[in-house]
Design a binder for this molecule. Sequence first.
Ligand code: ATP
Ligand code: GLN
Length: 145
Amino acid sequence: LPVIRAQSSPDYTPDSKFYKVEAIIRPWRIQQVSSALLKMGIRGVTVSDVRGFGAQGGSTERHGGSEFSEDKFVSKVKMEIVVSKDQVEAVIDKIIEEARTGEIGDGKIFLVPVSDVIRVRTGERGEKAERMTGGRADMSATALS
Ligand code: ATP
Ligand code: GLN
């Protein structure tokens, strides 16, 4: 497969210190994606099993107007990753690299500004709460020193 990168970021993205990268991908790619993210220092990830429809399913048949029968929904996995702004593009490109097959149904990524991060254990907020020991910021600090 050719390497695909996300196109350059648009000017409509609201400016924020933190963003949530929300990726809906194929369930059988989740291990590949999460281990690649771990290797690049991403340690905080939330995953849920979801069902949905896009171009891959759901649109071919309609019964009684807008009612979709349950079996039209395709199983997917939703990954949610909150990172600082400077880490967003690398995370998006890594997800594309690891999740892409080139076939319909590879999924979609939503980028959501996040106004704050609060660590329950310590009450820390903002950068202190978003940073994780051994995380991407630690890794790049080590690489520079
Ligand atoms: P602590 O240092 O107190 O352990 P932590 O920042 O490592 O705090 P956890 O308490 O381990 O966070 O996180 C609980 C859950 O929150 C994780 O299992 C994960 O689902 C989610 N989570 C944590 N950080 C992130 C993040 N940056 N992005 C997405 N989900 C996260
Ligand atoms: N940005 C954090 C760090 O550099 C990592 C965030 C995450 O793992 N989701 O430590």
